[in-house]
Design a protein around this ligand. Structure first.
Ligand SMILES: [Zn+2]
Length: 619
């Protein structure tokens, strides 16, 4: 299907799929802003920054909401709370208050930014127990500003001191919300409060390992998560007591690697912001849109902002410089295309490089003129790409990037290349209602699945849904413990045969005849590359003519030795089954190999497409 046909088909599908504009939960101010502006003040800004320049820039960009620096590490207003450090450049000014008043005059939504992760020496002196502690017992100095100290997120500094700060800000300025940055701590903390509270809650001493599969680490991770949700609820409750329409909005959320449960986040938050500000290194340009899909998977149609930086987000952190206009535009637009409402963030009110100003003004102006097309939207995709925080933690462990994230990125890339519209699906939301709009589910090495989740997937296929699974999908339970067999063995028509090749060199796949539709586009090839890792499988049902069979590894040097020792086997490397719904299972890492070699592998996107076509339900 080409783009025009797709637009035609989706135009027809649109009305039937349109969901209500907003639920009761989002009935507040949350759905109104379409263009967010963030000015993160630096400490000397109160003396140097040009208030009117910024208010004028917000007006020129049609920004309808602002996030402004208020307090935490540095207070930009005349705070009365002891130990709440005021900017040395504040003098008699109220930099935060002036900005709030100016934005209000422009009818903007205003949320206050706090940052509780660092404090000055006076806080250390008064409350040494508020400071985070390293494994060796030393208090944690700030890694980038050694004169500052890093705070413990889970003790009285946040629960008491920052609660008072939050209440003061909302009382004085009647802001619409408080957004805090780095509120969840900066690594493992061994302070006295963490020690005592964890002991009380779990009966254990703090873990000494980073491996999330370790039982103590796992208990700590769950305790920490609970504690942070408790903090979220505390701050939100205190804010709402003062201003019922306001909310606490943590800088939180993410995909499989997110450290807080996305399902709970989706239930708690009326609005949320994805904070992946720019790409670094060789990140794909579509990675920002992926944020939108990940957040939407649990937030549903509640508004989600996409924070983009005009700065350079490389490890060296040249915070005062800016990206090229094309880069800024590319990143922001991919977010917008995936439902994120753009939020530009600029550090420092004093500009050292103005090249970004017309870029954001132009982009926001375009969005302003076309805003009506970007509201009341609903995903029309019929393919869901599953992601799994439990797989990331308990199966991936310390190698989750390679064993979990790379599979997901590879499949994501294949779907983008194949022009197949898709959503992301959280593995805790596989019930029939949630999956109703979807016709095909893709499980890129979603290794850790509970019996219940497997049952939900079985039910999806029984309802006629298509399923594509790769590698070790369902070979582990929800705790990351390996099963005797795949949880989905019956769907695959294949059982685990007791071994996984973790690294194959120079192995191939033989394309068998008659050619299966999966192999469309590969007519001139009799074999293609195999992946790098492979699960050994045993066929459990009659499976004549497997479309792909294994050609085992053979030497790749010296060149004289490079010929297959075994030209043909009957070991299937894909299981394609028709039942009520279609199931395609690749025992090898088709997704990761595809992503890592940066070349689309036709079969994975073909599998998704051919299942959909056959059902006449996806392009
Ligand atoms: Zn602590």
């Amino acid at each position: 299907m080409n783009r025009r046909e797709f637009l035609g088909a989706t135009a027809l599908a649109g009305p039937a799929l349109a969901l209500p504009q907003s639920s009761g939960e989002t009935a507040g101010w949350f759905d109104r802003p379409m263009r967010w502006a963030q000015l993160t003040l630096v400490e000397d800004d109160p003396e140097h920054y040009d208030l009117n320049f910024w208010l004028d820039y917000f007006r020129r960009t049609h920004s309808d909401a602002a996030c402004l620096s208020a307090g935490g590490c540095v207070a930009y207003y005349p705070t009365k709370i002891p130990l709440h450090y005021r900017s040395k450049w504040l003098g008699n000014r109220d930099a935060f208050g002036e900005l709030v008043a100016g934005c209000r005059k422009q009818n903007m939504v205003v949320i206050a930014r706090t940052d509780p992760h660092a404090v000055h020496q006076d806080v250390y002196d008064a409350h040494p127990d508020w400071i985070a502690v390293e494994a060796d017992g030393k208090k944690r100095r700030h890694w980038a500003s050694p004169e500052l100290w890093v705070t413990c997120a889970l003790g009285p500094y946040n629960f008491e001191f920052m609660t008072a700060v939050t209440k003061e800000i909302v009382s004085l300025y009647k802001v619409d919300g408080v957004f805090s940055n780095r509120w969840a701590g900066s690594g493992m903390c061994y302070c006295e409060h963490c020690r005592e509270n964890f002991k009380k809650a779990a009966g254990m001493d703090l873990p000494r390992t980073n491996d999330p599969r370790d039982p103590v680490k796992r208990a700590h991770q769950q305790w920490r998560e609970q504690r942070l949700f408790e903090l979220w609820r505390l701050w939100d409750g205190e804010i709402r007591k003062i201003n019922a329409a306001a909310r606490y909005i943590p800088n939180s959320g993410g995909g499989a690697s997110g450290d807080l449960d996305m399902k709970t986040i989706g239930e708690l938050a009326p609005i949320l912001f994805a904070d992946r500000q720019a790409r670094s290194g060789m990140a794909a340009p579509w990675a920002n849109g992926r944020n939108g899909k990940e957040y939407r998977s649990t937030m549903g149609r509640k508004p989600i902002g996409g924070i983009f930086s005009v700065g350079v987000e490389e490890p060296y952190r040249w915070k005062d410089s800016v990206q090229s206009g094309a880069e800024v535009r590319l990143w922001a637009l991919d977010g917008i295309a995936n439902g994120l409402r753009p939020w530009f963030t600029k550090f420092s009110g004093t500009l050292h490089d103005q090249r970004w100003l017309p870029v954001v003004e132009d982009l926001y102006g375009w969005l302003y003129r076309n805003e009506r097309y970007l509201r009341n939207e609903a995903p029309l995709a019929r393919v869901g790409l599953v992601y799994s925080q439990q797989t990331y933690r308990y199966y991936g462990g310390t190698q989750a990037r390679q064993h979990v994230e790379d599979h997901s990125l590879g499949y994501y890339h294949a779907l983008v290349e194949a022009r197949i519209p898709f959503e992301m699906v959280h593995d805790q939301l596989l019930d029939a209602d949630r999956l109703a709009p979807l016709k095909v589910l893709v499980l890129p090495n979603i290794a850790a699945l509970s019996d219940r989740q497997c049952e939900q997937l079985r039910a999806f296929v029984a309802r006629g849904g298509g399923l594509v699974a790769t590698h070790e999908t369902s070979l582990y339970d929800e705790n990351g413990v390996r099963r005797k067999d795949f949880g989905l063995a019956d769907l695959y028509g294949a059982s685990y045969d007791g071994a996984v090749d973790a690294r194959m060199q120079n192995s191939y796949l033989r394309l068998e005849s008659p050619r299966h539709p999966l192999l469309a586009g590969l007519e001139d090839a009799e074999r293609i590359i195999n992946g790098v890792a492979r699960v050994h499988t045993r066929t459990t049902a009659a499976y004549p003519n497997p479309p792909l069979t294994l050609i085992p590894s053979y030497p790749d040097l010296p060149m004289e030795e490079v010929y297959p020792r075994v030209p043909k086997t009957d070991i299937p490397e894909v299981f394609a089954r028709d039942s009520k719904g279609r199931v395609v299972y690749f025992p090898w890492d088709i997704d990761r190999t595809s992503g890592k070699s940066s070349r689309p592998i036709t079969a994975s996107s073909c599998a998704t497409r051919s299942i959909g076509r056959r059902m006449n339900r996806v392009p």
